[in-house]
Design a binder for this molecule. Structure first.
Ligand code: UD1
Ligand code: UDP
Length: 357
């Protein structure tokens, strides 16, 4: 199952490993949660994903509407295909919706990226994580604390498999191609000569006052170096609305549409520092060792701060200024890769299946 931008890399990694194993027939279902060319098509091309076998065409909507539509449209597809298992990744609405349908149809569900917790139920993703992990049959984790969370929630030891990070499988596979792109050059920039920013969490961009404050913070960063800022459609819509109400964008922000995977990876790899509220970007910066400041009050990926290059800065300006200064004065790469973030996580998932199939 795929639905939204962060799903594509993870599913591409799993499909690649499964495709190398004889005897597995794969059926790709796309819910259609994300649908713009820049949020979808470019990723299929960059990642070499096959055309989906089924497209549910769900699109945007409220939390309930989107989740319900995935359930309604997935059920007949599942009844028709009758797979041996359904693989869901991450924590988006498509993930939990597909898992609920499959479990009720008696089809085993594998959850890849299980056990992450921000302990912030104000995030729609946290609810999706808790529900998906409660009902999935097999739980694939990428960091040690995930097992503790799952055990505390009553999941059996045998259902938990520490396999590593499929997002980093995709990164390792595509990094060489990304480094050959011209995204940095096309902006008139050079490696380590800019910051990269992404923002799309509702808690950061939906409230005009919070959005204005974060834009101001990025403006302060832009006094030190240009800030490349590809805009998620949610964020673009909020910025445009705020501009109509008088928001002025500061100098030095290089706004653009969302980037394709390979261009984005090049920009990430070449950045002097990254500012983000994305889950995937926290992981990718850790894998690359690029200094990352996470503009959130919590993270479901604490290992990126413990071992990797990430610092949780919230929206505290003093803290952000201090961490920015530290990052700019410090080495270009910092931190280490967490255990099993080694490019082979999806192979381990397939190995688990092989033991059971
Ligand atoms: C979703 C996920 C979030 C993930 C993010 C990745 C949920 C609850 N949230 O958030 O966990 O981090 O994707 O990017 O599943 N839109 C477009 N074109 C598109 C897709 C969306 O214009 O192709 C606009 C629509 O106005 C839509 C809004 O973006 O209402 C939000 O999209 P949605 O999928 O509901 O949530 P995201 O914020 O993208
Ligand atoms: N990404 C991209 N172009 C962009 C922004 C993000 O290719 O302009 C990629 C990047 O690899 C990131 C992934 O999309 O890790 C998922 O991103 P997003 O931040 O949308 O979702 P999250 O991981 O927060 O759920």
């Amino acid at each position: 199952m795929v639905g939204a931008r962060p799903n594509y890399m993870k599913v591409a990694a799993v499909m690649r490993a499964a495709g190398r194993t004889p005897g597995i027939r794969q059926v790709l279902v796309h819910t259609g949660q994300h649908y713009d060319a820049a949020m979808n098509d470019v990723f299929f091309a960059d990642l070499g994903l096959p055309e989906p076998d089924h497209h549910l065409g769900v699109g945007s909507g409220s939390q309930a509407e989107q989740t319900a539509k995935v359930m309604l449209h997935f059920e007949p597809v599942l009844k028709n295909e009758r797979p041996d298992r359904v693989v869901v990744v991450g924590d988006v609405n498509s993930t939990v919706a597909a898992a609920m349908v499959a479990v009720k149809e008696g089809v085993p569900v594998d959850h890849v990226e299980a056990g992450l917790r921000s302990f912030d139920r104000g995030m729609p993703e946290e609810v999706n994580r808790i529900v998906t992990d409660a009902i999935a049959d097999e739980l694939y984790t990428h960091s040690p604390e995930a097992r503790e969370h799952l055990r505390r929630e009553g999941r059996a030891e045998e259902s938990i498999h520490f396999v590593g990070n499929v997002m980093i499988d995709a990164l390792d596979q595509h990094l060489a191609a990304a480094r050959g792109r011209r995204a940095i050059e096309a902006l008139g920039l050079s490696p380590r000569g800019y910051a990269l920013a992404t923002l799309h969490r509702p808690s950061n961009v939906d409230a005009p006052a919070m959005l204005a404050e974060l834009i101001e913070i990025l403006g302060e960063v832009a006094r030190a170096l240009p800030v490349v800022f590809p805009l998620h459609p949610r964020t673009r819509a909020r910025i445009e609305a705020a501009e109509r109400e008088g928001l002025r964008l500061p100098e030095g922000l290089l706004l653009s549409p969302p980037r394709g995977y390979l261009d984005f990876l090049q920009l990430l790899d070449g950045a002097r520092v990254v500012l983000t509220d994305s889950g995937g970007v926290q992981e990718e910066t850790t894998a690359l060792g690029v200094p990352c400041l996470t503009l959130r009050e919590n993270t479901e990926r604490p290992i990126t701060c413990l071992v990797g290059s990430n610092v949780l800065v919230g929206r505290d300006r003093t803290r952000i200024a201090r961490e920015l200064e530290r990052a700019l004065a410090g080495p270009e790469r910092r931190g280490e890769r967490p255990p099993l973030w080694d490019g082979h996580a999806a192979e381990r998932i397939v190995a688990v299946w092989a033991g059971r199939l």
